[in-house]
Design a protein around this ligand. Structure first.
Ligand code: AHG
Ligand code: MN
Ligand code: MN
Length: 349
């Protein structure tokens, strides 16, 4: 019988590929895996315990926090703190970055950005949610952390990953050498390698976007949606529309089957809704490592300047050829220099 490799075994094996690595990044990934199991256990009890529904607090973005947003945030921060390899945490749920340097993490080299619970509005209705994380190396090995260490571009990530709490629970991550997926075997409490070397198909037939906001989309996005809906046998159109409302769930499916996920600028989100540091950059790194593409419609996500912790961006991410087609539509129908102000409906011919 074939025995599955556990996440711990896989990490140790990969570390051996880098003879000078001291194992710090491996330990950091292990810490994230531990917190994920605790969060997973709690999510599995949603509805049984008093852990669903709204908390009484708002996050910095003025969004109502769910009880599980707060619980997941605490678990990841606490695991990173006791693990000792991380000095700074940037979280969707905290206004400022958190310095967790202490006795154990005196010389910690890593900065972690995290969306502790992605798609949290889905948790009360038993729909998949996720966690997204991104890892940066400190630029100066010691002393006070500087702003340019906190606001690094996506291209500087050393690792990124996500957890999906779905029909099964999975951890998918990259350290810049491809993407591997691990499924949690609840009977032994271990993540086991189930999806080695994940590759996103270059073409897909799924598009994921909240079409409810259609009238407020830029013309380039409207044209791309129409392109997806037109009958054309050679390119397998019309495509299929799938939108769960948890970016992780939509993206996980699209990585496996091929597809594009779009969250453009809209009237109510003139800079896009999703956050660059802890949602878009990690997903862009993973998708690129799997052979796909991620863009803001004009430019590669990983090259965008980061000026604020909670900065937002539009995102077009997924199968390479689908993202390129959407970018083509954006360049033609919504050239950047026009810089539309999204007030009211946009009329297209
Ligand atoms: P979060 O729960 O971390 O705030 O993220 C929710 C995000 C993303 O996961 C999802 O695809 C999107 O918001 C849904 O937004 P709309 O409801 O506006 O479509
Ligand atoms: Mn999110
Ligand atoms: Mn979240």
């Amino acid at each position: 019988m074939k025995v599955a490799k556990t996440l711990g075994q896989f990490i140790i094996e990969k570390q051996a590929d880098h003879p000078y690595a001291k194992g710090e990044l491996s330990r950091l990934l292990r810490d994230i895996g531990i917190a994920a199991k605790i969060v997973n256990r709690e999510i599995n009890k949603a509805g049984l315990m008093d852990n669903i529904g709204e908390a009484e607090t708002m996050n910095v973005q003025g969004e109502q926090q769910k009880k599980m947003d707060i619980y997941a945030n605490e678990q990841f921060i606490s695991a990173l703190q006791s693990g000792g390899e991380c000095c700074i945490v940037i979280s969707e749920e905290n206004n400022e970055y958190i310095n967790i340097e202490g006795e154990i993490s005196k010389d910690a080299k890593y900065i972690v950005a995290i969306d502790p619970l992605d798609g949290s509005s889905n948790i009360d209705v038993n729909v998949s949610v996720g966690t997204i994380f991104s890892v940066y190396r400190r630029k100066s090995p010691e002393g006070k952390v500087t702003p340019d260490e906190i606001l690094q571009k996506g291209v500087e990530q050393v690792a990124a990953g996500y957890l999906i709490y779905g029909s099964s629970t999975m951890l998918v991550y990259t350290t810049g050498k491809g993407v591997n997926g691990f499924t949690l075997d609840p009977s032994i409490g271990e993540f086991c390698l189930s999806h080695p070397n994940m590759r996103i198909p270059e073409d897909g037939i799924i598009y994921s976007i909240n079409e409810g906001y259609y009238t407020h989309f830029p013309d380039g996005v409207k044209k791309y949606i129409k392109y997806c809906q037109v009958e054309d046998k050679p390119t397998s159109r019309p495509y299929t529309s799938r939108y769960i409302g948890s970016m992780i769930a939509d993206m996980h499916r699209n990585i496996i089957l091929g597809g594009i996920y779009i969250y453009p600028v809209t009237a109510s989100a003139p800079n896009g809704k999703l956050r660059l540091v802890y949602e878009c950059n990690p997903m862009a790194f993973i998708v690129e490592q799997a052979g796909g593409k991620a863009s803001n419609g004009y430019q590669r996500i990983l090259d965008l300047e980061v000026t604020e912790l909670h900065q937002r961006t539009a995102i077009f991410i997924g199968s390479k050829n689908m993202v390129e087609k959407a970018e083509e539509m954006m360049a033609f129908f919504s050239p950047q220099q026009k810089k539309k102000t999204f007030e009211g409906d946009i009329v297209i011919q």
